[in-house]
Design a protein. Structure first.
Length: 371
């Protein structure tokens, strides 16, 4: 083995959208790139839209050939395959088989909140194929213990570890937050892709519940982000059909503008129908915000009820409204939760902790050690 091991990082294209691409970009910028010869390989190209099944087949063959060429050229000691569920998993399982055929062991990194549901819905034959693919990896990394346990109930015991996500995001001291004028609304921030699956219809419906009920503390819902034209337009139309005056669509914000959105906010609100381990929650922790989020994916292991925020069922506007009122009415609780979340971020979700975990994962896989 070379003094500096080579790792082929199989992930979405560099600077692509989505959490997996973000994490792979983060790895390339981190100390991992100093400890390993780290080579990024995208299984799909950013300029390739999904058109027809025939086009997808041709694309798969093309990228499979490119993967063979990359393996022969770089002779990696290990491949890391980031994967989600459904088509992503089957493509990545095929990539794993190619790696093994050419003598390169690999590890899986499982993302996406729907992975266990995906396995559960498979026919016995296809689940057996998924089980064989997972077991052919030298190790499998999950986002949380509970997730690892559920998936192993479906596919059997795996050599596994837990690697939570991480973000590079500035800590925002309380003194940097603007003072609230008497009677000013408490700001609940949503930040992400504007899609119905993010629970934005329910957020808007919760705003209407609060308006119709009246009598509570003043609140504002700040929605930051963009989406596919039809989905974003449908969400905006849903609000325009019965506006409350408390919902603001702020568009996409990046860099300092994004950081400022967290600085202006009091609470992060994420009412998604499905999630893995959302990076935006980690950003909220760094910013010192309490979090209201749905009880999906790895979120219940991130949010202690009443400690870091509140957990709500998905698709439940009434539950959103109740959690909003509880935090809007209690500034001392918001402050206590925000301080707790910043301490948790420092302990668990910094880039340094992430590098430690991934480095240990790769070293153990290279040595064939149990995790």
């Amino acid at each position: 083995m070379r003094s500096q091991p080579t790792v082929l990082n199989i992930a979405p294209p560099a600077s692509g959208t989505g959490g997996i691409a973000f994490l792979a970009d983060l790895e390339q910028r981190s100390a991992l790139a100093e400890r390993y010869r780290l080579i990024r390989f995208p299984l799909a190209r950013r300029d390739e839209p999904d058109r027809t099944p025939w086009h997808r087949l041709v694309r798969t063959v093309d990228r499979g050939g490119a993967l063979v060429a990359a393996l022969l050229r770089h002779r990696p000691d290990l491949a890391q395959i980031h994967t989600a569920s459904r088509g992503s998993f089957w493509s990545n399982a095929a990539a794993g088989r190619i790696c093994l055929r050419l003598g390169c062991p690999f590890v899986f990194r499982i993302h996406g909140g729907a992975f266990a549901d995906f396995l559960e819905e498979l026919s016995p034959e296809r689940r057996a194929r998924a089980r064989a693919a997972l077991r052919s990896a030298r190790a499998v990394a999950f986002l949380s213990d509970r997730w690892a346990e559920r998936i192993q109930e479906l596919v059997g015991e795996l050599n596994w570890t837990v690697i939570p996500n991480a973000v590079e995001f500035p800590m925002i001291p309380a003194e940097e937050r603007p003072a609230r004028a008497p009677g000013a609304p408490v700001t609940f921030l949503f930040i992400g892709t504007l899609r119905p699956l993010k629970g934005l219809y329910e957020l808007i419906d919760a705003a209407r519940i609060l308006r119709d009920r009246g009598g509570g503390p003043p609140v504002r819902f700040l929605i930051v982000g963009g989406g596919r034209n039809d989905e974003e337009a449908a969400i905006r139309a849903h609000y325009a059909a019965d506006p409350t005056g408390t919902v603001e669509f702020a568009g996409i914000r990046r860099g300092e503008e994004k950081i400022d959105a967290f600085r202006q906010a009091d609470v992060l609100l994420l009412p998604s129908h499905t999630e893995g381990q959302p990076l935006v929650i980690l950003e909220a922790f760094a910013a010192g915000l309490p979090v209201i989020a749905t009880r999906v994916g790895a979120i219940p292991e991130m949010i202690g009820e009443g400690i870091h925020g509140f957990l709500i069922p998905p698709r439940d506007p009434e539950a959103i409204a109740q959690a909003v009122v509880r935090l809007a009415a209690d500034p001392s609780l918001r402050q206590r939760m925000g301080e707790t979340n910043q301490a948790l971020f420092r302990e668990q979700y910094t880039l340094e902790r992430y590098v430690e975990r991934v480095d240990r994962h790769w070293k153990q896989a290279l040595r064939r050690d149990p995790l």
